[in-house]
Write a protein that binds this ligand. Structure first.
Ligand code: FAD
Length: 377
């Protein structure tokens, strides 16, 4: 077998998994990340002032139905059981999300049974909308104007910086509406939080004699030749933005430090448009097994805005013109030799961690097939 010297750009899950696989197959791997730490956007670290494990780029909860992704990640760190239960503040009152029987009963001041609630919500839904064309129409056709205004309209405007009428209907199809008291945000059979944080897991994936990790190093600054590059950074950046910039939302985090318990739970969404931030995350509640150890607490107040050139790209916006631009970048990528684009930035898609892991493992399978067939990667 021909052994290669490969470069991997990005120390998130995508880059780390490919790096490990290639190293195990005998290839020499140089993995770069321009940040001073591994972990990509899932990076966790102990807060210097309080010792609390913080999710530096926003809260990350691992959840999956994918057995392979779950088995894979569990090889590299211990997971503690964790159930994501989100609260929402709307018009001065606190509710539970996703919209469930408690939310419906509290919001409308009722004591409906599951069947009664279903009939009640159906009576609120806008039946004149037969074929929803956008997020707002989808919401109105499912839950009617009251719940839509209270929980979705303002939050969506803040999160995406545009009216829900400008967003695709498909976004809301994924949001669950429950007619029981289940307030577990996710439906997946596996859900958890890594005991030592995500960065420790990614560092463990990268622990291999044939992987050289260079942090604080951007790909653009490296002049060496490699047999192949796996690039998990932004695809438009790789091509020097020559076809334009793909749009992203970025996040600003305002740190709050306090004594004891600030909000009593990990995440509270703020649904009203009059409140400028989207949510507050209180990090010690992501690690309930150690929360009592800390007398102080750290929260991040999260603001969303359009990413400027120097900002961290978080959520791909993916409007019609951006999807077209992405297709042109993909065409361009096909003409390049010895490079593969992966991950959330390399493919310009929102990917949960389990999907990221699953796609990286599938890429490893594909590499093996090509190598076995004697073809170029
Ligand atoms: P990244 O983690 O972004 O890694 C890419 C790395 O490449 C970065 O470290 C970057 O510094 C580096 N890089 C880029 N360009 C260059 C370059 N030119 N040179 C050197 N280095 C470069 N998923 C869940 O499953 N559950 C959650 O609760 C969840 N919450 C999220 C919350 C937020 C706010 C966001 C934005 C995402 C969330 N996700 C969540 C998704 C999760 O963050 C992604 O699945 C994951 O980060 C994707 O990993 P990746 O390796 O593809 O990319």
């Amino acid at each position: 077998m021909l052994l290669m010297r490969v470069c991997i750009v990005g120390a998130g899950f995508s880059g780390a998994i490919i790096a490990r696989h290639l190293a195990q197959k005998g290839h020499e791997v140089v993995l770069l990340d321009e940040r001073p730490h591994a972990g990509g956007n899932c990076h966790t670290e102990r807060d210097a002032a309080t010792g609390i494990m913080v999710h530096r780029y926003g809260p990350h909860i691992f959840h999956t139905a994918d057995q392979r992704a779950w088995d894979y990640i569990n090889q590299f760190g211990k997971f503690r059981p964790y159930v994501n239960r989100v609260k929402a503040i709307s018009q001065g009152r606190v509710y539970t999300l996703p919209v469930n029987l408690l939310t419906i009963n509290q919001f409308f001041g009722k004591t409906l049974s599951p069947k009664e609630a279903r009939t009640f919500i159906e009576s609120k839904a806008d039946k004149s909308i037969k074929n929803p064309q956008n997020f707002e129409e989808q919401a109105l056709s499912m839950i009617g104007p009251d719940l839509y205004r209270a929980f979705f309209h303002g939050y969506t405007c803040k999160q995406w910086g545009m009216e829900p009428t400008e967003l695709p209907a498909s976004i809301l199809k994924r949001l669950p509406l429950r007619f029981n008291y289940d307030d577990n945000y996710f439906n997946h059979p596996y859900q958890g939080m890594p005991e030592d944080g995500y960065t420790a897991i990614i560092e463990n994936i990268l622990k291999h004699d044939r992987i050289e990790v260079r942090l604080g190093t951007s790909f653009e600054a490296v002049a060496e030749e490699f047999d192949h590059v796996f690039y998990t950074g932004p695809i438009d950046r790789y091509f020097g933005f020559r076809l334009g910039r793909l749009g992203y939302r970025t996040l600003d985090f305002e740190r709050i430090e306090d004594e004891g318990d600030y909000q009593g739970t990990a995440v509270i969404n703020y649904c009203d448009q009059s409140v400028p931030f989207t949510r507050i995350s209180e990090h010690k509640h992501f690690a309930p097994w150690e929360a009592d150890k800390f007398s102080r607490t750290v929260c991040f107040r999260e603001y969303s805005r359009l990413a400027g050139e120097q900002d961290i790209p978080y959520y791909p916006i993916r409007q019609v013109h951006e999807k077209r631009m992405l297709e042109s970048y993909i065409e361009l990528a096909r003409t390049e030799k010895k490079i593969s684009f992966l991950g959330r930035l390399g493919t310009y898609r929102y990917l949960d961690m389990d999907v990221t892991i699953s796609e990286a493992l599938a890429a490893c399978d594909r590499i093996d097939q090509l190598v076995a067939a004697g073809e170029a990667i």
